[in-house]
Design a protein around this ligand. Structure first.
Ligand SMILES: [Zn+2]
Length: 194
């Protein structure tokens, strides 16, 4: 890794080319309202906020929100603007964030749910995303001609993953600080004795 500490972009599709409308700080949460490219409003909600660095961020056209390295359990999020000459800036140090309205597309194998699209679309084409939690690449390991076949594959892959100790698979995506595979499985209706 390089010394800029860049980890990755977060919430990119919702944020890219959006306009930052306002920032509300309340207790240890910060709400950032962004008007997306398509006109709809998204709220980026930071929780467990430790500090905020902000200078007139309203009106910033966003390129991205970048996650930078920070000292756990804090995460550092920097709002990157696409116009260099806008005077604003915004960085947030928080434990977690989410984007509302939040669409959840959990991994059908392990329940991990930080995907921007479903693993298989309704017309039957896979996303080819790789689940950082269980390591399954949708459209590859879970290939099935229909939903029934895919469900069987998911079941087998899940048993394998559980059997091998439910380990975080990705070496690229850092392990989320509060990651709990048992809770995650519960979200897709799989109960295992914790
Ligand atoms: Zn998974």
């Amino acid at each position: 890794m390089n010394d800029t500490g860049f980890i990755g972009y977060v919430g990119s599709p919702a944020v890219h080319d959006g306009i930052l409308l306002r920032v509300c700080v309340e207790g240890d949460s910060v709400e950032v309202v962004i008007q997306g490219y398509g006109g709809q409003e998204h709220v980026v909600l930071f929780e467990g906020v430790d500090s905020v660095e902000m200078k007139a961020p309203e009106g910033m056209v966003l390129y991205s929100i970048s996650e930078m390295r920070a000292t756990p359990p804090l995460r550092k999020f920097v709002f990157i603007k696409s116009e260099e000459d806008h005077p604003g800036c915004l960085s947030v140090w928080a434990k977690d964030f989410c984007i509302l309205p939040k669409l959840e597309y959990p991994c059908p194998v392990c329940g991990y749910s930080d995907f921007d699209e479903p693993p298989w679309s309704s017309n039957g084409s896979p996303s080819y995303d790789i689940c950082p939690s269980c390591g399954v690449e949708f459209g590859y390991q879970d290939f099935g001609r229909d939903e029934v076949e895919r469900r069987n594959r998911w079941h087998d892959l899940r048993q394998k993953w559980i059997g091998s100790g439910m380990r975080w698979s990705s070496s690229v995506h850092p392990l989320p600080p509060d990651w709990n595979p048992v809770k995650q499985l519960k979200k897709i209706g799989i109960e295992i004795a914790g």
